[in-house]
Design a protein around this ligand. Structure first.
Ligand code: PHE
Length: 434
């Protein structure tokens, strides 16, 4: 199904960079290490590998396949399967929009931290969040996202992702090397990688691995479907997915080495959770030699990872407005930019003087938990069911293997049709019970 006139990636490599940019994000550097640390260290890594190469791979292949086949964004694609499934697409857009709004709020903090360390004017998290800077930097982040997406898939998203990821690797490698040479780093690595075999039979740990895979691989929201819709060239989805997953895994693994080296070099608490990056690491940086150089570099690293992810989320509602309502890219980007800024304000202000709370918890954490634990798996499950049960199985098998040298047998697709939605539902239930 080829639609002329739709924008296309400039090159296949550019597409891979954009997708890796989407996958590699704050989730790899900030979330993965502490989730692994809390869930059995080296054993979690084993579980995570299994989850990523079975469930993660199937889901990613599914999204890219639908995007490439229908050449349109998520609402119209699901509508083409059955008219009534437009609502499922709309729910995916809504969840993505919600995640985008708080993800940009976090990026705002990261931007401020970078600015504070680069100018040598770092203050504590409390002092910072009581100021107007969270608001200012959130606005800057929203504007930057808007500008990149408005510029277009090829000259905006693709270019920024490519240079962003290259620069990211160029900073991450030396930072990790420095971290590993710090005194105490060895204990950090031991903590990170020593397997706790009891977790293999713990459903909560498997659920955590599913949650992390969803978030880190950018699957379940239609973001990769949207990126796949700009694949005009005859490109294989299975091998592309393997490359993207491999890159994302490698970054997560190395991020764990980096974070735990830093944390243990200062005897800090590795299980600090959400505020690890904003409270614990700054403490570490203030005590180590070269800290004044490492700190701004670390926050640039997070910023690069985060922006190449947020633009992929931003592009999804923009493309939905373009394809469903016929809006121009500029108009769609303006609307989403303003709307996401307004929607993200409560998150951005959640630790500020305004101190927005729901039942005692900061708004940002509430939104993060609600969307991450429930919103995402629910829309993901619905998508998987619609795509695998209602799209003709012959078409699905043919499309998955199209342009690919390695063919996936039809039997495996039948397994995935049942297993993928089932796994999401089981994960959700596990979370509910936990
Ligand atoms: N994968 C990104 C991260 O790890 C987050 C993300 C999720 C981006 C879903 C796009 C879609 O930070």
């Amino acid at each position: 199904m080829q639609v002329t006139g739709r924008e296309k990636w400039g090159s296949y490599g550019g597409f891979l960079f954009a997708a890796i940019g989407s996958a590699v994000g704050v989730g790899n550097i900030w979330r993965f290490p502490y989730v692994a640390g809390e869930n059995g260290g080296g054993a979690f890594l084993g579980i995570y590998l299994v989850v990523v190469f079975t469930f993660g791979l199937s889901f990613m292949v599914l999204e890219f396949t639908l995007g490439r086949y229908y050449q349109t964004s998520v609402i119209v694609a699901l509508q083409k399967i059955r008219k009534r499934f437009a609502w499922a697409g709309a729910a995916m857009v809504a969840v993505t929009f919600g995640v985008l709004s708080y993800y940009m709020a976090i990026l705002g903090w990261i931007l401020s931290y970078f600015a504070m360390y680069a100018t040598g004017m770092a203050v504590s998290f409390e002092e910072y969040s009581q100021s107007w800077y969270p608001l200012l930097s959130f606005a800057v982040i929203a504007a930057v996202n808007y500008l990149i997406v408005r510029t277009g898939v090829r000259s905006g998203i693709e270019k920024v992702s490519k240079y962003g990821i290259l620069l990211f690797v160029g900073i991450m490698v030396p930072l990790t090397a420095i971290g590993l040479t710090l005194p105490g780093a060895g204990e950090g690595v031991t903590f990170y990688l020593t397997p706790d075999a009891t977790v293999f039979s713990d459903p909560q740990v498997w659920a955590a691995a599913f949650g992390q895979a969803f978030f880190s691989l950018s699957i379940g929201m239609g973001v990769l479907l949207t990126y796949g819709s700009y694949l005009g060239q005859k490109r294989p989805v299975v091998s592309s997915s393997l490359v993207i997953i491999g890159a994302d895994l490698a970054v997560s693994f190395v991020a764990g080495l980096m974070i735990f080296s830093f944390v243990f070099s200062n005897d800090a608490n590795p299980a600090e959770g959400t505020t690890l990056v904003f409270k614990v690491l700054p403490q570490v940086f203030s005590t180590i030699e070269l800290g004044a150089v490492i700190a701004p570099l670390f926050f640039v690293l997070l910023l690069l990872a985060g922006i190449t992810s947020s633009i992929s989320m931003f592009q999804l509602p923009v493309s939905a407005l373009e394809d469903s309502l016929g809006f121009s890219r500029r108009k769609a980007a303006s609307i989403i930019g303003i709307a996401a800024f307004v929607a993200g304000l409560p998150s951005a202000l959640s630790y500020s003087t305004v101190d927005l709370r729901v039942n005692g918890a900061a708004v940002l954490d509430v939104v993060n938990d609600a969307l991450g634990d429930y919103g995402l798996p629910i829309v993901g499950a619905v998508f998987a069911i619609v795509a695998t049960w209602f799209l003709d199985k012959k078409i699905l098998t043919e499309q998955v293997n199209l342009y690919s040298r390695v063919k996936v047998p039809a039997g495996l697709i039948s397994v995935a049709r049942v297993a993928v939605p089932l796994l999401i539902v089981v994960t959700l239930l596990t979370q509910l019970v936990g």
